[in-house]
Design a protein around this ligand. Structure first.
Ligand code: SF4
Ligand code: SF4
Length: 222
């Protein structure tokens, strides 16, 4: 299984794992579609390939912001620091609430290949009426575990704001984490952030995720 195939299978697995939650999310509800999405390079390549086959969407890229910011650590760096008791409460960049450049008439123009972070948006109540998303804690744990595995799958390559990663792919050969401010390098999993009382509930999804990662790793090592 190639990393790309593994990523697509992870997305499909996530749909099955998240099916137990009831969301108020509907097509056309898009308060969550901001410019603060992060992704891996592998996710960016999927998105970039899709855009290359949809010339009518290419003008959207003209609106890519020149300056972006990303969290000070990747999710796996954050998890490792927490597990070692070394987590420092570093200042987070302000959330950029400007609408995502791929938002067209309140719908996602790249929906089939949207990054995992977009897939993980969900709320029990409409965010536009309540002012914020409402989710149960287990949903956050599930999202974190998927984010960790998706980062692990692409370890060693740039990770960060969606537009910065896209730009790094389009400038490949020149761009890397050093030359593009704000990008980090995806890291491997050192451990999961799963509260003890959620271990049993998440074990089937986690086992399936780890099987997928092993399948992709086996292919990479051949
Ligand atoms: S997360 Fe909030 S804004 Fe996004 S689709 Fe769901 S209800 Fe709408
Ligand atoms: S890529 Fe699509 S789903 Fe993600 S924030 Fe942009 S418009 Fe929304």
């Amino acid at each position: 299984m190639t990393p790309s195939e593994c990523l697509l299978r992870m997305y499909a697995l996530y749909d099955r794992c998240a099916a137990e939650f009831a969301f108020a999310c509907r097509k056309g509800c898009a308060t969550c579609c901001t410019q603060s999405v992060t992704m891996t390079t592998l996710e960016g390549e999927l998105l970039n390939d899709y855009l290359a086959g949809q010339p009518d969407l290419l003008p959207l890229l003209d609106a890519m912001p020149g300056q972006t910011s990303a969290p000070p650590t990747t999710i796996n760096q954050f998890a490792a620091a927490c597990l070692l008791g070394e987590y420092a409460d570093e200042p987070q960049p302000a959330w950029d609430f400007a609408p995502c450049i791929f938002l067209q008439d309140n719908c996602c123009a790249v929906y089939p290949v949207r990054p995992f972070m977009c897939r993980s948006f969900g709320s029990r109540v409409r965010c536009d009426s309540s002012g914020t998303a409402e989710v149960e804690p287990f949903f956050l744990t599930l999202n974190t575990v998927f984010l960790q595995c998706i980062e692990h799958l692409d370890r060693g390559r740039p990770w960060g704001n969606m537009y910065a990663v896209l730009r790094s792919i389009q400038q490949s050969g020149q761009a890397n984490a050093e030359t593009l401010a704000g990008l980090r390098i995806a890291e491997q999993i050192q451990g999961f952030l799963i509260p003890p009382d959620e271990t049993e509930r998440i074990q089937d999804c986690l086992r399936s995720l780890l099987d997928l990662l092993r399948g992709a790793q086996g292919k990479q090592e051949k």
